[in-house]
Design a protein around this ligand. Structure first.
Ligand SMILES: Cc1ncc(COP(=O)(O)O)c(C=O)c1O
Length: 380
C-alpha cells in the first residue's frame, strides 16, 4: 500500500528523545502506574487482581468491565456499541479501512491528525479537504461543507477538540454537521481523543456517536487520561458498523492486552480524579501561554478552547522546519513545525507538560525570537 509518510509522527520520532524541553507533546503529562494506583486506592488489591489474570488473549472485543466504563463517557452507548482498539490511532485506521473503498468521496477537515486524509487517499478515495482557517477561529465553514457533500459522499472526518488548533465545535455546530451528513447518508467520524479537556465546565462536549445514527466516535486513554503507555483506544458507534470493523480487526488485532484493558478500566472508573488533574494542568498552563504570547510581537494565534495544543503564527522569514530545528539546536526546546501537518507558516505548541518545563521553554523561545528578530532587522 502506497501511503504518504505521517509528518508529525516522523518529526516526533526524530527529535522527541533528543530535546531538553518538550513543548511538542500532545498528551497531558503522563502519570506513572504508581500515581494511577494511588488515585484508584487499594494498592495491594490491584496487585493481587493483576497477579490473578491468566494471560490468555482475553475478551476479543474488549472486556465487559472496560466497555462498561467507556459507556459512562457517552449519553446513549451500551456495551455492544463499543469496540476496543490499539489506541485511538488503531480506532481511526480501522474505521477508515472498513468504511472507505477505492473511488469513494471522502471529506476531511484540515489541519487534523493526518490519518484522516492520508489513509483514505492511500485507499484510492477521492479526498476533499475542508480547510479550517484563523478567520473562522479554525471552526469549519458549514456553507462550504454543505457545498462539498454529494450523494456519493461516503465519510466525513472531523476532529473535536481539534489537534492542532485547540478549536472546539459545540453541540449545536455538531448537530448542524450531522444534518449535512444525514442529507447525503454519509458516515460521520469524529476523532474525540482530546474530549475531556475543554477549558470550561466539566471538560466534555457532545460526542457524535450520541448525536447521529451514522455517527462514530473514536477516543482513547492517551491525552485527557494521561496514559498513552496503555495503548488502549476504542470505537463507539452503531453495532452493524462495529461488526464490519471486526472483520478487519480480526486480521490485525485479535484482542487488546488484558493488562492494558484492566488498567484502562480502573482509570476510567476513577476518571474524576484523573480528569481533575488534567484540567488543572491544561487550564493553568494555558493562562501562562496567554500571558506570555501577549508580549511576543512576532507571534499571533487563535486561543484554544480545548485540547492540549495551540497553533502559533510567526513573523520571521524562515520555514517552520528551519525554525524548529534551529530552536532545538540553539535552545534545546522542541515544538512541531506546521509543515509536518500541512500548515506551513505555523508552529504547534503543546502546553500540557509540567508547568515548570513550559515556563522555561517559553522563556527560551522568547530569547530565540528576540535574537532572530534582531538578526533579521540587521539584515534589512
Ligand atoms: C487527533 C489525534 N487522534 C489520534 C491520536 C493517537 O492517539 P492514541 O495515542 O490514542 O493512539 C492522536 C495523537 O496525537 C491525535 O492527536
Amino acid at each position: 500500500m502506497d501511503i504518504r509518510p505521517f509528518g508529525v509522527e516522523m518529526w516526533m520520532n526524530e527529535f522527541e528523545t533528543k530535546c531538553e524541553l518538550n513543548l511538542a507533546e500532545t498528551c497531558v503529562e503522563s502519570i506513572t502506574l504508581g500515581e494511577l494506583f494511588e488515585m484508584a486506592g487499594q494498592h495491594n488489591r490491584i496487585l493481587n487482581d493483576l497477579s490473578a489474570i491468566k494471560m490468555t488473549y482475553g475478551a476479543i472485543e474488549g472486556s465487559d468491565r472496560l466497555r462498561d466504563a467507556i459507556c459512562g463517557l457517552y449519553e446513549n452507548q451500551t456495551r455492544g456499541n463499543i469496540l476496543t482498539t490499539h489506541g485511538t490511532i488503531g480506532a481511526n485506521a480501522l474505521v477508515h479501512q472498513t468504511l472507505v473503498s477505492h473511488g469513494d468521496h471522502v471529506i476531511s477537515v484540515i489541519p487534523t491528525y493526518q490519518q484522516h486524509y492520508s489513509i483514505p487517499e492511500s485507499i484510492g478515495a477521492e479526498i476533499e479537504l475542508l480547510h479550517l482557517t484563523p478567520e473562522t477561529e479554525f471552526l469549519p465553514d458549514l456553507d462550504k461543507l454543505r457545498a462539498m457533500v454529494r450523494p456519493d459522499t461516503r465519510l466525513i472526518a472531523i476532529n473535536n477538540p481539534n489537534n492542532p488548533t485547540g478549536a472546539l465545535m459545540d453541540r449545536t455546530m455538531l448537530e448542524q454537521i450531522v444534518d449535512i451528513a444525514r442529507s447525503v447518508g454519509a458516515w460521520l467520524l469524529c476523532d474525540e481523543v482530546y474530549r475531556g479537556t475543554d477549558q470550561t465546565g466539566d471538560g466534555f462536549t457532545a460526542a457524535v456517536a450520541d448525536l447521529y445514527e451514522k455517527g462514530i466516535s473514536t477516543a482513547g486513554m492517551s491525552k485527557a487520561y494521561s496514559l498513552a503507555g496503555l495503548r488502549v483506544g476504542w470505537i463507539a458507534g452503531p453495532k452493524k458498523m462495529l461488526h464490519d470493523v471486526m472483520i478487519q480487526r480480526d486480521y490485525n488485532t485479535i484482542s487488546i492486552g488484558q493488562v492494558d484493558e484492566f488498567l484502562a478500566a480502573m482509570a476510567l472508573e476513577n476518571r474524576d480524579k484523573i480528569l481533575a488533574r488534567a484540567q488543572r494542568i491544561t487550564r493553568e498552563n494555558l493562562r501562562i501561554v496567554e500571558d506570555w504570547i501577549a508580549n511576543e510581537p512576532l507571534l499571533s494565534w487563535v486561543p484554544p478552547k480545548s485540547g492540549t495544543t495551540a497553533l502559533l503564527k510567526y513573523d520571521l522569514p524562515m520555514s517552520s522546519r528551519d525554525f524548529c530545528v534551529m530552536l532545538l539546536q540553539e535552545e534545546g526546546v522542541m515544538l512541531t513545525p506546521g509543515s509536518a501537518m500541512d500548515m506551513e507558516g505555523w508552529l504547534r505548541l503543546g502546553y500540557s507538560n509540567p508547568t515548570a518545563d513550559l515556563k522555561t521553554g517559553l522563556e527560551k523561545l522568547s530569547g530565540f525570537l528576540a535574537r532572530h528578530s534582531v538578526a533579521q532587522n540587521a539584515g534589512n
